[in-house]
Design a protein around this ligand. Structure first.
Ligand code: Q0Z
Length: 287
């Protein structure tokens, strides 16, 4: 990291720096959050797994929509990217009924204006993937909005374009992951515009932090599904009687090791690339 890179933002587990007027550096830390609280214990290489997976997907989906990726750094956790004008909506696609989609459905039979069939259970696969945009909350949780509200925020034409791109990205990635034993139940994309007003996929994409990854061999609708990556952490936290407010608990070594192994397993199953090869040369995911 050059000393000249100005810090421009912090996420819960990521940092953003300006390299110059046109380029940003997105750095994924090894921090982990659970129940919306960042824990004091790091998961070694988690940031590298997420950066590598994102890079892998960017390299394989540019035929669907161009993306912001310029280069991966040697550290494996930093992405140089084009600075975009980000759209003010979260572009969520759901193939399964979970999280706020399930909550909305229980309350109203619909989510983001999509009226769903009666009788669906928690974690059920939807008849087809749906685009469920949300607001970008500055604090607290994003709020699901319908197509009309999203079109008011980005324009009707741009809405149609992001909906189509998001659904196509989800179909490509969920089919790819399913063939490798991982269900991508839902995922959140962030799009921006380049200087010419062209739509570009930004942020991280199709990682376990921006999506729900479920182990396909354990899929059992009718309740919440185990998370591919964070389930050991959640299960451990549930044994503590922790009230799920900050500060979160320290994690024991076996929970850290098991969780790291799950992240690495997700990386290797999806990419087909040994994680050590990624550590030796991050560009291996782009080829
Ligand atoms: C991403 C975020 C993070 C805090 C802004 N290519 C881009 N152009 C302009 N803005 C962004 C991007 Cl990726 C952008 N975020 C999310 C990431 C820390 C916030 F690492 N915010």
């Amino acid at each position: 990291m050059p000393e000249t890179a100005a810090h421009v933002g912090s996420g819960k587990v990521r940092e953003l720096y300006a390299l110059d007027g046109e380029r940003l550096l997105l750095v994924a830390s090894d921090r982990i959050s659970t129940f919306d609280v960042v824990l004091p214990t790091k998961i070694p290489d988690k940031g590298r797994v997420l950066t590598g997976l994102s890079g892998f997907w960017f390299a394989r989906t540019s035929h669907i929509v161009p993306n912001h990726l310029l280069a991966l750094r040697e550290d494996g956790r930093s992405t140089e990217c084009r600075r975009l004008e980000m759209l003010p909506i979260e572009c969520v696609v759901r193939g399964y009924l979970s999280g706020s989609g399930w909550k909305d459905y229980q309350a109203t039979g619909a989510t983001s204006g999509h009226v769903l069939p009666e009788g669906l259970t928690e974690s059920a696969q939807l008849p087809e993937p749906i685009f469920t945009p949300a607001t970008k909350a500055q604090e607290g949780h994003d709020e699901n909005i319908d197509a009309g509200q999203a079109a008011d925020l980005v324009g009707a034409e741009r809405f149609a374009e992001v909906e189509r791109a998001a659904l196509e990205l989800y179909r490509f990635a969920s089919d790819y992951a399913a063939a490798r034993g991982i269900i991508i139940a839902d995922t959140k994309f962030e799009f921006g515009l380049d200087d010419d007003g062209r739509l570009v996929l930004g942020d991280e994409a199709l990682t376990p932090d921006s999506s729900r990854f479920w182990p396909a061999d354990e899929y059992a609708p009718g309740g919440a599904q185990p998370s591919f990556d964070k389930q050991f952490v959640r299960d451990y936290c549930e044994t503590l009687g922790w009230d799920k407010t900050a500060p979160g608990p320290d994690l024991p070594d076996d929970v850290v090791a098991g969780t790291r192994a799950r992240y690495v397993d997700a990386f290797e199953r999806i990419t087909g690339i040994p994680f050590d090869d990624y550590l030796a040369d991050p560009d291996v995911v782009l080829r």
